[in-house]
Ligand binder design. Sequence first.
Ligand SMILES: [Zn+2]
Length: 455
Amino acid sequence: MLKIYNTLSRKLEEFRPIKKGKVGMYTCGPTVYDYDHLGHAWCYFNSDVLRRVLEYQGNEVKQVLNITDVGHLTSDGDTGEDKLEKAAKAGGKTAREIADYFTEIYFINRKKMNFLEPAVICRATDYIPEMIELVQTLIDKSYGYEISDGIYFDTSKFPHYGLLSGNTLDKLKEGARVEINPEKKNHTDFALWKFSPAGDSRQMEWEAFGRQGFPGWHIECSAMSMKHLGKTFDIHTGGEDNIFPHHECEIAQSESASGVKFVNYWFHTRFLMVEGEKMSKSKKNFYRLQDLEEKGFLAMDLRYLFLMAHYRSQLNFTWAGIEGAKIARAKLMNFVAGIKETGKVNKGFKNKFLELLNDDLAMPQVMALVWEVIKSDLSDKDKKATLLDFDRVLGLDLAKAEEEEIPEEIKAIAEKRWLAKSAKDFAQADELRQEIEDAGYIMEDGKEGYKLRKI
Ligand SMILES: [Zn+2]
């Protein structure tokens, strides 16, 4: 039986889905106003592993991922500018263009990291009517009240406020994170809906509650998750920075509207550190996947590095660490590529594998087990079968081991050369062939295609 850590109860719990064999899982997605960095990748990686483990154990997982393209303000206390509108102004683009650009990059990176495609991907701006309806329900049930800059949630009416984060009403002092708004009934009250400031027109605004406005940051996740997964669903994932205020507020507004429990298991990934330090703008250590690629690492090297850490421990990203991961992954890929036949999955190793997964996703130990399989006295073909079976969770694409040795840029040049040759542009074809050879690869032409290999 799978055990995972539930932030809500603060303990390890056996995972039991509401409907046997079916799991509803909501993953808090990115706010698409900037490039996603390694911290994001680490968080989505852990959601991906959790989903893969559940699927490996025979569950059908419906994963819903949102894209926040409106309403996330620069301050957690419902003040400041909308992150999208701010980025749009700074970049001389529309908020829609900014959102579309960073959403595209986010999905390219997901693909490179081999994250499984969510069943539903929802953009906040496509669910405005659902959000308005939810806010209206909260007003009707007198949880929502109106002040001059928007509609707020009255946290004093929700007794469980603080259960997830430990931030109870008494404990939470008005301070840096929650800015003072004298009109709010309680300092912890948060915006369900904001009115567009008078005299300042926004690019994204909607007519509701008698004037122009836009959603508060938290309401989208409640509206979209309940629409696709029902009022109560199994798992909600996110980074530890989402616990408060985002997830605490999601629970308050969802449960107040529905009258039932919102989510059974809250799964949070701890922060990623860079060279032992917190990521920060001043340290310029918000590394992106592209920064790694420029230094010769692939997304799958990062995936390997992530696999060696546990979701509840702070992962310390270092350049030495990613170098080690790259070497280890190459060894693993070469080992699998060197075995032509596939045999049978070894039961003993599979049981050990399951035991480790069930133990709160003990991935570092799982990676040690991978090397135990390689060093074991199993036949090569059984080793390969066992590793390919594990790979359904690891997601390292071991089955593609042979192709993997050829870098993407070489494949792209080869493709270009093949087209040039087909078009009888032999001068360009020769030039490109030379380029490939200079990079240490050789292209062997056949009648209907070509093969690439290392020299
Ligand atoms: Zn969310």
